[in-house]
Ligand binder design. Structure first.
Ligand SMILES: *Cc1c(COP(=O)(O)O)cnc(C)c1O
Length: 363
């Protein structure tokens, strides 16, 4: 516990910076000098337009992208992108190719298979998602409209260090659970997207970053509201956007800047994750990591224990000591600490200490 706030390791929706929550509270009833809440304002007002534009700029700046990318703010969560991507890009003889690395990757693939022609470029399902496919394992169908990867596998706890090389085929990345967590050459992507509720803000908005030439390849024979082109053309103001969520993203992005940007966050995230992985590795098998070392995620740290009864006990005792969100996803079991950007170093220090004490009591 830290004051009246627990150590929040929730996988998503997840911890937000306390400073951001405080600032939002202050501005909740009356925003700026407008005499009303942002939520009571027209999305056609100059104030909202300015907020949209500023938030787009802040995200481009934080991601260090070259010119030529658009930031779109869309509703429907990351899962909607699973459907919108194939709707916009799969065509006759132009399959969508997928690298399967976990359950969200599979979901994206299954949605696409309902829309059109798909292909599996590689899969680590046979290894129970404990590793990521290597470059040599990739087999990209000729004429693929795109290759889709899940950059960080939230449930399993794996994360790409190096991005796969897909040659001339546009690369799309689901970065919902690791956007802004570490420096990456994002110019390798034609498009990335992230539901906000892990590293960017509250639920309700999904950030899509799309290269202009790729956006122009999107189909225009699907409903207007589903076309990426509609959001590009109208700067995400075609219809009413989730203004409050975008406002919260804006505050988080300002916080990112104040922290020293992605480089500073990366350093802190690596320190946080190392504390937990070192504790796992030094436990003599009491805690067992679920992912091969070189593919371990710095955002979602997963491990197992001897049996489910002990894992249950771990969760119960951790909750009593002021930790939240440490049970693994119901589909895989085990334990998971989601140490997103807003989770402070002190929370990971406290968790590492708790893990050591727990082992002393039950090992
Ligand atoms: C959480 C998550 C999703 C699902 O996000 P929703 O916004 O709930 O649809 C998709 N992909 C990844 C990698 C996630 O972590």
């Amino acid at each position: 516990m830290n004051g009246n706030r627990v150590y929040n390791f929730n996988p998503g929706p997840a911890a937000l910076p306390l400073e951001v929550l405080e600032q939002a509270k202050e501005q909740f009833v009356a925003y700026g000098g407008e005499g009303m809440s942002l939520m009571e304002m027209s999305h056609r007002s100059g104030t909202v337009e300015q907020l949209m534009e500023e938030t787009q700029m802040l995200l481009l700046e934080a991601l260090a992208l070259p010119a030529g990318y658009h930031v779109l703010f869309m509703g429907g969560g990351a899962s909607s992108q699973f459907a919108l991507i194939p709707m916009n890009f799969i065509g006759a003889g132009r399959p969508g190719s997928y690298v399967l690395t976990g359950s969200f990757a599979e979901k994206a693939y299954e949605e696409a298979a309902l829309v059109g022609e798909t292909a599996v470029a590689a899969s680590s399902k046979a290894q129970k998602w404990a590793a990521l496919p290597e470059q040599g394992d990739l087999s990209i169908a000729a004429n693929s409209a795109y290759v889709h990867i899940t950059v960080n596998n939230t449930i399993e706890g794996s994360q790409y260090r190096e991005l796969p090389d897909t040659g001339d085929v546009p690369l799309i990345g689901d970065m919902t659970s690791d956007i802004l967590s570490c420096r990456r050459d994002l110019s390798r992507f034609a498009m990335v997207y992230a539901g906000a509720q892990k590293n960017l803000g509250p639920a309700g908005v999904t950030a899509v970053v799309i290269r202009d030439d790729f956006a122009k390849e999107a189909r225009s024979d699907i409903p207007v509201i589903f076309r990426y082109g509609t959001y590009v053309k109208n700067r995400s103001l075609y219809n009413t956007p989730p203004v409050h969520s975008i406002y919260m993203v804006n505050l988080v992005l300002q916080w990112v800047r104040e922290q020293g940007g992605v480089a500073a966050l990366e350093q802190r995230n690596r320190t946080k994750a190392k504390l937990l992985y070192d504790t796992i590795d030094a436990s003599g098998g009491f805690y067992k990591g679920m992912v091969e070392n070189k593919h371990r995620s710095i955002m979602n740290i997963t491990w197992r224990m001897q049996d489910e009864a002990l894992e249950k006990r771990f969760v119960q005792e951790s909750e009593r000591e002021g930790f939240a969100g440490l049970a693994g996803h119901r589909s895989v079991g085990g334990m998971r600490a989601s140490a997103y950007n807003a989770v402070p170093l002190a929370a990971c220090e406290a968790l590492a200490a708790f893990m050591k004490h727990f082992q002393q009591r039950h090992g």
